[in-house]
Design a binder for this molecule. Structure first.
Ligand code: G3P
Length: 217
């Protein structure tokens, strides 16, 4: 399973990238607003910086919702760098835009996916990635991981090549579960990635080893 970071914060991207583990980055309008990137020129510049930092797919989301605007914006985003994957929302015009962009050779990540039916449409439209939002499903009292399992099963039975990009990850356990369920990619906040490192017995064991190491110096 590939590991992406779900942020537009360059320091966070740098931190995980320096561990040598980062396979890509996902952003969305909320994450871009959070780092204060405003205006077309700044947005393009920011995506370019991310593409230069990370050797992997970088998702850049459209900020329009009608077919014509989405394909125009999608083409502009894709022109920034070959690693840009255009993020398109799962709506009727979005499905049409995914098909259109895919036919033009532009790779698409379908976002705001909350059901298996939506995942089938994303695959049939030719999206490279489908992004089910695990945490937001959990927030409503449903089981986000169950959706990953359902989509993984459907894609396998139907031989769909669209990759499952588990998104809206809230914690390290989500990452572990997604890996077990067959998600191709998990895009995570920094804390959830760093949380994978943590175990109290590692800390206790290391402290003891360091103490004993002094005895042989
Ligand atoms: O980028 C899409 C997704 O990961 C958003 O997550 O935490 O806003 O539900 P969240």
């Amino acid at each position: 399973m590939k590991l992406f970071i779900d942020t537009a914060n360059l320091d966070e991207i740098k931190e995980v990238n320096e561990m040598g583990l980062l396979n890509g980055v996902t952003t969305n309008p909320t994450l871009m607003a959070k780092v204060g990137v405003k205006g077309e020129k700044a947005v393009v510049g920011h995506y370019r910086k991310i593409c230069e930092m990370v050797d992997g797919d970088i998702s850049a989301e459209v900020t329009t919702v009608d077919f014509q605007s989405m394909i125009e914006e999608g083409q502009k985003l894709a022109a920034i760098h070959p690693n840009i994957v255009v993020k398109i929302p799962m709506i009727k015009d979005g499905v049409k835009a995914i098909k259109w962009l895919t036919d033009k050779g532009i790779r698409v990540n379908t976002t705001l996916v909350f059901s298996a039916g939506q995942a089938i449409l994303a695959a049939k439209a030719g999206a490279v990635y489908v992004s089910p939002f695990i945490g937001r499903i959990d927030d409503t009292g449903w089981d986000g991981l169950e959706l990953i399992s359902q989509i993984a099963n459907i894609y396998s039975v139907q031989h769909y090549t669209t990759q499952i990009l588990a998104a809206s990850i809230r914690n390290s356990n989500h990452i572990i579960q997604c890996a077990g369920l067959g998600a191709h990619v998990c895009t995570c906040p920094l804390e959830a990635i760093l949380g994978l490192l943590k175990h109290p017995l590692t800390d206790i064991g290391l402290a003891k080893f360091m103490e004993d190491a002094k005895k042989s110096k």
